[in-house]
Design a binder for this molecule. Structure first.
Ligand SMILES: NC(=O)c1ccc[n+]([C@@H]2O[C@H](COP(=O)([O-])OP(=O)(O)OC[C@H]3O[C@@H](n4cnc5c(N)ncnc54)[C@H](O)[C@@H]3O)[C@@H](O)[C@H]2O)c1
Length: 254
């Protein structure tokens, strides 16, 4: 009989930004593979994600967490450990997208918010997750970057800067904690149909522009990001650390 390669039975998986989109799909995928899932988000729809998981027979909880607040991120990690007995995997996925426009149209407030959530939020999560994992036998962390962390798409300079930063932070953390058994990798999605991109995809002219980048001629569904995350979290990826894993329908292939 084939071995169950993506078995997360009794593993504790922390996910930020799990209320909707990629985070929700990934939370459900981990729970289906037996994980106990802890979601940190500012959006109360995280409770719906928990309900969906519970209805599937899985185990999950929601801890209201603003990833830009150090004490709230510390509480999220502490609650995961105290409730489910450890922390094996973290998916640092919470993010925001500033209004689209050239750099001169980007405000200081847009910059601060984007850098705070998308970059500082990952830094704070890494600090608390690694502090626990390094002392308890290691773990696997996946940070959601973007292809905007690899190339510069037009009209989103704060986001491009933040996501390039996430990739740098991923590499730096991977190097610092490899010998402690903590693997840190980045997921770089292309266009995914979520609340974040709904405004683009609902506007026919804009949809044509953004979908044109995908060689598959369509955006991804959030579920199409989950396989890479579960793989990176699993022992199948035991030699993978400090890497950037692009899942973009071929957008950056040419
Ligand atoms: N949708 C895409 O095309 C795409 C492409 C590349 C990367 N990404 C990245 O994927 C990740 C998930 O985005 P999504 O597309 O699923 O969009 P989404 O808007 O559905 O999910 C983002 C989640 O982050 C949460 N969040 C925002 N600010 C937060 C904060 N301060 N504290 C805690 N949670 C917060 C939101 O409430 C939401 O649940 C983001 O990091 C995004 O930048 C998305």
């Amino acid at each position: 009989m084939a071995a169950p390669l993506l078995d997360f039975t009794d593993k504790v998986v922390l996910i930020t930004g799990g209320a909707t989109g990629i985070g929700r799909a990934t939370a459900r995928a981990f729970a289906r593979q037996g994980a106990k899932v802890v979601i940190g988000d500012v959006d109360e729809r995280a409770a719906e994600t928990v309900d969906l998981i519970t209805a599937d027979g899985g185990t999950a909880m929601y801890v209201r967490t603003d990833v830009t607040k150090n004490d709230e991120v510390e509480n999220l990690v502490r609650t995961a450990v105290s409730t489910y007995g450890g922390l094996d995997v973290a998916f640092n996925n919470a993010g925001v997208l500033p209004p689209t426009g050239p750099l001169l149209d980007q405000t200081e407030a847009d910059w601060d918010r984007t850098i705070n959530v998308d970059l500082k939020g990952v830094f704070l999560a890494l600090k608390h997750e690694i502090a626990y994992m390094a002392e308890h036998g290691g773990g696997s962390i996946i940070n959601t970057a973007s292809i905007a962390g690899v190339i510069a798409d037009p009209g989103m300079s704060p986001y491009v800067a933040a996501k390039h930063g996430v990739i740098g932070l991923t590499k730096a953390a991977a190097i610092d904690y490899a010998t402690a058994g903590v693997r840190v990798n980045a997921l770089a999605p292309g266009l995914v149909a979520t609340g974040m991109t709904k405004g683009w995809l609902d506007d026919p002219a804009m949809r044509d522009v953004v979908v044109a980048g995908s060689q598959l001629g369509r955006p991804a569904e959030p579920e199409e990001m989950t396989g890479m995350v579960l793989y990176l979290a699993s022992p199948l990826a035991s030699f993978a650390t400090g890497g950037v894993y692009v899942v973009d329908g071929g957008q950056t292939a040419h």
